[in-house]
Design a binder for this molecule. Structure first.
Ligand code: NAD
Length: 357
């Protein structure tokens, strides 16, 4: 079992900002990246938190991820917004583009959004929360264009799909939004990395080794030739993943797995539909009363395990935020070491920045 240390959210935020400022990004981009990564950790998704910094610094080292990469509008016409990120820092370009899409949805009732060729944009629920904060419904399907596709299509034993997330956010006037946000693989690839760093096994029916045999050993995804992750829900998750790829990357101008530019850079393409629910007819009070009654009804189902009452999508992340916000974020030693090495590459002493403040 790996040794864990608890690090305060503000400390991880400071370390992240220091690394990317030194690497040349402007303050606003660094602040948004840090906010996103640390919120992923706070939400319990270490797969998409500060543990991604070494992967991003690898992108800097290879020259794929550069502060000079600038997004460009391809279409900004009525309800349609299509932006080519040109491999700009994903979290910042996705934050800006989703905010613009929310403006369009407020104006036209709906925005159909395609953000293409962004560097890894992180936890997609972040962008559903962003829309929900503005009272908007958001639906997203995202592909991961990477030459080393990790997920086997249903029935296959070799990777052909990304972990292609599926995300829906529903705003609540008086309550917490419903945020359903998951990878279409059994677990996100980053969670396989987290298990490897912690010296843990993954659950059964999650991975195949390079010969197609079931395994719980996370290392099979990081030694070439790699094994494969399985899709969740058999043909259903696999089908959802295929549609995420098609919507985000194949019907527009995105980059699909088989067109991935290099073997290493992680590109995300996001297809989104953002809707102003007011345009669907019900007034806010009626909508909220119905949602609230429905959530209460669902939660009234007697739990199979009394210690685990029924939760709504988004509840586990809120619970994690409360706990980790108070106690600190657990970071295993291997992950912290990788962050320190990545920081050193750009000329930052992460341990020294950690001690500041
Ligand atoms: P997961 O399996 O933990 O599922 C999370 C979702 O299920 C959340 O909506 C959560 O609220 C809900 N949930 C979890 N337990 C629940 C319970 N007991 N009752 C009710 N709802 C519950 O998530 P994952 O598949 O590991 O994905 C993790 C993150 O990885 C996501 O944020 C996703 O966007 C991100 N991701 C990003 C990329 C990318 O390329 N950018 C790729 C894959 C995944």
């Amino acid at each position: 079992m790996a040794k864990m240390q608890l690090i305060a959210a503000e400390t991880l935020d400071r370390v992240t900002r220091a690394i990317f400022l030194k690497a040349g990004w402007p303050e606003a981009a660094c602040a948004e990246l840090a906010r996103h990564l640390v919120k992923a950790n706070l939400s319990g998704h270490d797969s998409h938190g500060v543990g991604m910094i070494p992967t991003y610094v690898d992108g800097i080292r290879r020259g794929d991820l550069k502060p000079s990469n600038t997004p460009q509008d391809l279409i900004a016409d009525g309800s349609f917004l299509v932006v080519d990120a040109h491999v700009a820092l994903g979290q910042k370009v996705a934050f800006d583009t989703v905010n613009r899409a929310c403006d369009v949805a407020r104006q036209h009732g709906v925005c159909v959004l395609n953000l293409v060729n962004a560097h890894h944009i992180g936890r997609i629920g972040h962008y559903a929360e962003l829309a929900a904060e503005q009272g908007l419904v958001a639906l997203y399907w995202v592909n991961v264009a990477h030459a080393r596709a990790p997920v086997a299509p249903f029935g296959g034993r070799e990777g052909r799909l990304g972990t292609n997330p599926h995300t829906i956010g529903i705003p609540r006037a008086g309550g917490e939004p419903l945020i359903l946000d998951f990878a279409t693989s059994r677990i996100a690839l980053g969670k396989v990395r987290v298990a490897l760093n912690k010296g843990e096994q993954v659950g059964p029916d999650t991975l195949l080794d390079r010969d197609g045999h079931p395994t719980t050993e996370p290392g099979v995804m990081f030694e070439k030739p790699i094994g494969a992750l399985l899709a969740f829900g058999e043909h259903k998750g696999s089908g959802l993943s295929i549609m995420a790829e098609i919507l985000s990357a194949l019907i527009g101008r995105g980059t699909s797995v088989d067109q991935a530019l290099t073997a290493d850079v992680v590109i995300n393409n996001l297809f989104g539909i953002i809707i102003d629910p007011a345009r669907l007819g019900a007034d806010q009070a009626t909508r909220e009363a119905r949602l609230s009654a429905y959530v209460d009804y669902l939660k009234s189902s007697a739990p199979r395990d009394p210690a685990k009452p029924v939760m709504m999508p988004g509840d586990p992340e809120r619970a994690a935020r409360a706990k980790r916000g108070a106690e600190g974020i657990p970071v295993d030693e291997a992950t912290w070491h990788q962050i320190v090495e990545a920081a050193a590459y750009v000329g930052v002493d992460a341990d020294a920045v950690r001690r500041q403040g």
